[in-house]
Design a protein around this ligand. Structure first.
Ligand SMILES: [Fe+2]
Ligand SMILES: [Fe+2]
Length: 341
């Protein structure tokens, strides 16, 4: 980066036209008059009853999203801005239909910023856990596997394939829903592995513990190539869009297994089955339903981990003693325990 570019970032980031720094969406409060930097995640030019045009936007950063309405420069801003752009915006925070909304000011012509003009940290959240420690735990689990074929397969992917490991450690587990941050995939994978190993102990008469753990480690590896982290946040790659992580993961496992001499075909089929069926239902993207005990447990615990992480996110965002906001993905509000303030 050239010196002039660094100066540019400083100039914009210091927000020298007001003493306050740019507010994150989670910090916004009713009646705030703000100037800040957000990403446009949706926009729609609409007409009011009297024919007046207004622009409806969804703005986001790593802390959340807010609806924004532009009554003043709707057509100009609609032409200036595309979904995915990072913009500098000015407006007042109001409450509309029980939710915060940003009304753009009269003179807020949206300014699209280049990657050099804003701090990328505004848009990419990172796991709060220690990535190196989590990775060591994962390596330990693999090294301790008694089934030689499973161990070699997992070592080849998670230890020897340095390129994959580098991407895997940074990958998010989703675009928005759960673990949507740098390191989220590792965190999610490890949590699913841990709960699978507990359930395998409980149901040892029917569940093969090592097979289940291998499935848990591998179930989302395709996500490393499904998402990409850009300066303005997480995006789906072309490969991810066209193939999805289930197909990518199956492909990877198949390729690596071929390199292992005498890898048992029945074992490979069972591993592929766990990856293919882990979404549990046709309408959730799995081409087959879980048909082995390990596949069923993996699906249930994967789903549980994803759902609980959404519960946690809503709880952190909400007020103790109240109900959370309605969550579209969960299809419900959830109760947030505690004393009302
Ligand atoms: Fe998945
Ligand atoms: Fe998963």
């Amino acid at each position: 980066m050239k010196l002039r570019d660094v100066a540019n970032i400083k100039n914009i980031e210091s927000n020298n036209d007001s003493s306050e720094s740019y507010k994150y969406i989670s910090e916004l409060q009713k009646d705030d008059e703000i100037r800040s930097i957000y990403k446009v995640t949706s926009k729609k030019l609409q007409s009011a009853k009297d024919g007046k045009k207004f622009l409806l936007l969804t703005l986001s950063d790593k802390t959340g999203t807010i609806r924004a309405v532009d009554w003043h420069n709707a057509e100009t801003n609609d032409n200036n801005v595309s979904v995915g752009d990072v913009v500098k915006v000015q407006g007042k925070v109001v409450v509309f239909e029980n939710r915060l909304q940003l009304n753009l000011s009269k003179d807020s012509i949206l300014k699209v910023l280049s990657e050099l003009e804003y701090d990328h940290e505004r848009f990419v959240e990172t796991t709060k856990r220690d990535v190196e420690k989590m990775y060591q735990e994962l390596v330990e689990i693999i090294r301790n596997m008694e089934n030689r074929f499973l161990r070699i397969l997992l070592e080849k992917i998670f230890i020897h394939d340095k390129k994959f490991v580098e991407i895997f450690l940074k990958a998010p587990a989703a675009l928005t829903v759960h673990h949507a941050y740098k390191g989220g995939l590792l965190e999610h994978t490890l949590d699913v592995v841990e709960s699978c190993s507990k359930i395998a102990q409980k149901y040892s008469e029917i569940v093969d513990s090592e097979l289940l753990i291998a499935g848990a480690l591998l179930h989302d590896i395709g996500k490393a190539y499904e998402y990409d982290i850009t300066p303005s946040g997480i995006v789906v790659t072309d490969k991810g869009e066209l193939l999805g992580h289930i197909a990518i993961g199956v492909d990877m496992v198949e390729k690596i297994a071929k390199e292992i001499k005498d890898f048992p075909q029945e074992l490979l089929v069972e591993i592929k089955h766990m990856i293919l069926s882990h979404h549990g239902e046709f309408e959730w993207g799995s081409p087959v339903l879980p048909k082995t005990p390990e596949a069923l447990v993996l699906h249930m615990l994967d789903n549980l981990d994803a759902k609980l992480s959404q519960f946690l996110k809503l709880t952190e965002k909400g007020e103790p003693g109240t109900w959370s906001e309605y969550d579209k993905k969960l299809g419900r509000r959830i109760m947030i325990r505690g004393e009302k303030k």
